[in-house]
Design a protein around this ligand. Structure first.
Ligand SMILES: Cc1cc2nc3c(=O)[nH]c(=O)nc-3n(C[C@H](O)[C@H](O)[C@H](O)COP(=O)(O)OP(=O)(O)OC[C@H]3O[C@@H](n4cnc5c(N)ncnc54)[C@H](O)[C@@H]3O)c2cc1C
Length: 425
């Protein structure tokens, strides 16, 4: 099993495949899923002296963690307003602070582990496709006062100098955000983990998690098993069966990316910022210029697990619809990936049974929150830290039952329709 055909995979020297698990092994902690949630948790637990075994169904960071847009910023998929509404100002302040610390963790690891070419750019604009001057100014104020986080309001004139289209209006700017090459980052974490004696088994799908009489857990794969004191489930949208109480709370949502061939001069005619950009729609576009002169353009959501027909061309058309002047831009790679969403759009972090943990459902805001969750759980297991309990209010609600894909697809269409209505009103 190899990586999907992404620009990131082409840029990374292929790491040697780790052997699948065979026979029964013993560990202090077994982590299921080698995405960024699993890898961060594994690395932090190993750093604290635990013996950790990671089981990965495919390859390290084969899922969303190795295929995303690479924009790292504070916050959660649910958004600041929903967070404030759900938990009130005190907990919202603390939770948002944890999410910001998650972003900083990523930057620190890149520096500490000297991961080459992982840091790719700085800053992030969230731009509106309709005139929302007062709303966005109020939002910047509110985020500063209620969450202690500084954003900058950017008027339309400023945005139109940076993004040469009349489809964008005002924006908020997050100067602390940055961009990474996510696969390089994940492989760097994996290497550091293995350097400390941690073990990864690739092509090893966990089939069952069984409780044992002695208070251990037994994670069973095709050809082996791990007997562990603690288990963390980090399988996101890529597993709907492993441990039903957890997996049924996660809704897989696909989103897509296209990258262009290098075309720096052409891009200068449309996108004059190297910061990342996303529009404020629920199912909006997101993009950033890459260091080698390419454009990375992402967007669209669906419940389909198969790649849409003519994906690259369709994604490029979305881009030309905003920036008509770069119609000559050519696609190099196009791919999709699955995000995991809970009904409340907040991460699912906690214990489903004693010493059986979950860290999943980070949605489209997973680069900072997986780092946060991985650390919280590693610290809970090794040091008894109980900050993970701050997420208890965001429980394992069933995400739609047997009709969840149908319900979700209906919800996306409704979102897209609302986005369209919002743009013209
Ligand atoms: C196209 C795209 C763009 C995105 N852009 C951004 C962005 O710019 N910024 C941002 O913050 N977030 C972004 N995200 C979201 C972010 O990538 C995810 O939230 C995050 O990577 C989730 O990490 P994870 O470890 O929970 O899951 P994943 O990375 O999906 O990892 C789950 C792993 O578990 C493995 N697995 C599943 N079942 C089993 C099993 N039974 N046994 C063993 N292994 C198993 C899978 O193979 C997979 O490797 C984007 C996502 C996508 C898809």
């Amino acid at each position: 099993m190899t990586y999907p055909n992404t620009l990131y995979a082409d840029q990374c020297a292929p790491a040697p495949a780790e052997p699948p698990l065979e026979g029964e092994v013993r560990a202090d902690l077994c982590v299921v899923g080698a995405g960024l949630a699993g890898l961060t948790c594994a690395l932090e637990a190993q750093r604290r002296g635990l013996d950790v075994v990671v089981l990965e169904a495919e390859r390290v960071a084969w899922g969303a963690s190795g295929r995303n847009a690479g924009i790292v910023s504070a916050g959660f998929a649910a958004g600041a307003e929903s967070l404030l509404e759900a938990v009130g100002p005190d907990d919202a302040w603390t939770l948002h602070g944890l999410s910001a610390a998650g972003a900083q963790y990523v930057r620190r690891q890149i520096e500490r582990l000297k991961i080459p070419k992982a840091l790719q750019g700085e800053g992030f604009y969230l731009v509106s496709r309709r005139d929302r001057e007062d709303e966005l100014k109020a939002q910047v104020e509110r985020v500063s006062q209620k969450l202690g986080y500084e954003l900058r309001y950017c008027p339309r004139e400023e945005m139109r100098e940076l993004l040469l289209t009349d489809q964008y209006h005002q924006a908020t700017y997050d100067p602390a955000a940055f961009h990474i090459q996510p696969l390089a980052y994940a492989l760097g974490l994996a290497k550091a983990f293995q350097g400390l004696g941690g073990v990864i088994h690739e092509q090893t799908r966990a089939r069952a998690v069984e409780s044992q009489r002695a208070g251990h857990w037994r994670v069973v794969s095709e050809e082996g098993a791990v007997l562990a004191d603690n288990v963390v489930l980090c399988t996101s949208g890529y597993d709907l069966k492993l441990y039903r109480k957890v997996t049924r709370a996660v809704l897989p949502v696909a989103t897509y990316i296209v990258t262009s061939l290098p075309a720096g001069k052409l891009l200068d005619q449309a996108i004059k910022t190297k910061s990342g950009v996303a529009d404020t729609r629920r199912a909006g576009d997101y993009f950033r210029r890459l260091p080698d002169g390419r454009l990375l353009w992402g967007g669209r959501i669906s419940t389909s697990r198969t790649e849409p027909f003519r994906l690259g061309e369709r994604m490029m058309e979305d881009c030309y619809n905003i920036f008509t002047q770069i119609g000559a831009l050519k696609a190099s790679h196009a791919w999709g990936g699955l995000m995991g969403y809970a009904r409340h759009s907040m991460p699912l972090i906690g214990q489903v049974e004693p010493r059986l943990w979950y860290a999943t459902a980070f949605g489209g805001h997973g680069l900072n929150t997986t780092a946060m969750a991985g650390q919280l759980i590693a610290e809970a297991i090794s040091e008894g830290d109980d900050r993970y309990r701050l997420f208890e209010g965001f429980g394992l609600q069933r995400a739609g039952g047997p009709f969840r894909r149908l319900i979700a697809q209906g919800a996306y269409w409704a979102m897209q329709a609302r986005d369209k209505i919002n743009e013209i009103t």
